[in-house]
Design a protein around this ligand. Structure first.
Ligand SMILES: Nc1ncnc2c1ncn2[C@@H]1O[C@H](COP(=O)(O)OP(=O)(O)OP(=O)(O)O)[C@@H](O)[C@H]1O
Length: 263
């Protein structure tokens, strides 16, 4: 099995503060990973390092067989479908929805040349898959939070990416929409390797195979989800007394007390 992501001894500083410390991680082809951890624990930073928008202060980032710093990151990015708030903010708010979805084909933020009619058709099909046909021509900046997430997911899936990286795609969705998105993901993710960041354990549907737990810039546990998602590991990551159970291969969390005051 070949590795899709390999992080070796990664350190990253922001304004002289170390926000990522000695991270090692290997993600193999076809694995579906969930990244969990408290606010500010470094999940998004790791995603930005994997997608080549940030470069580590130290260490090596290998993605899809290429080492960053020794390859053209833009070429690698074409094989990655990325959905994140920071990516959304880089888009032009007055572009119509179908056009934003179509740009996913090339991982461009904007099309400066005429859109081929076939690409427009494909974008329409993707929007239909996500039940968003009615939003074709609406401006991206005017969408509701939930609609925005689904449009960005449709965009990321335009080109069957080798690696799909999703940062909190279900936050802001109601229960029905969340389950719909997770089901659509299950159907459309196909052979892609997946990294999915969330704060909600109930989003960890059977689709996911692996999990990495972040705490203060470190990964404190990583591997097969049933080995990582344990009462002990989650208590360590969240500093809250809790108990974990499983139902239909989905984790269920029971809180047993208040957050620890001095973790
Ligand atoms: N532009 C920036 N300048 C300075 N510090 C930053 C910047 N972006 C992020 N950080 C810091 O880096 C740390 C890790 O942030 P990151 O966004 O990776 O965490 P996260 O686990 O994704 O958090 P959340 O769950 O809240 O989204 C945080 O302490 C944050 O304050």
């Amino acid at each position: 099995m070949s590795s899709v992501v390999r992080l070796e001894e990664i350190f990253f500083q922001r304004q002289e503060r170390e926000v990522i410390t000695d991270v090692h991680l290997q993600i193999d082809q076809g694995e579906r990973w969930v990244f969990l951890g408290r606010n500010g624990s470094g999940k998004t930073t790791i995603l930005e390092l994997i997608t080549g928008y940030l470069f580590p202060s130290k260490g090596s980032v290998q993605v899809l067989g290429h080492t960053y710093g020794e390859c053209d990151v833009r070429e690698i990015r074409k094989r990655i479908g990325y959905v994140s708030q920071s990516l959304f903010e880089r888009l032009t708010s007055h572009d119509p929805v179908w056009e934003v979805v179509a740009t996913g084909e090339y991982s461009y933020l904007r099309m400066y040349e005429e859109m081929p009619p076939k690409l427009k058709e494909k974008a329409y099909e993707k929007l239909e898959q996500f039940g968003l046909t009615h939003l074709h021509d609406q401006l991206i900046g005017s969408l509701s939070q939930g609609e925005r997430k689904k449009v960005m997911l449709a965009r990321a899936l335009m080109k069957s990416p080798d690696l799909l990286v999703l940062d909190e795609v279900c936050s802001g969705l109601d229960l029905y929409e969340r389950e719909q998105v997770l089901m659509t993901l299950e159907k459309t993710v196909a052979e892609s390797t997946l990294i999915y960041v969330t704060h909600h354990l109930d989003e960890i549907v059977p689709l996911f195979t692996h999990c990495a737990l972040f705490e203060r810039g470190k990964i404190i546990a990583a591997g097969a989800k049933h080995e990582v998602l344990t009462t002990e590991n989650l208590s360590r990551a969240y500093h809250v007394p809790l108990e974990l159970d499983w139902h239909n291969d989905r984790p269920i969390l029971k809180l047993l007390g208040s957050p620890l005051s001095n973790p």
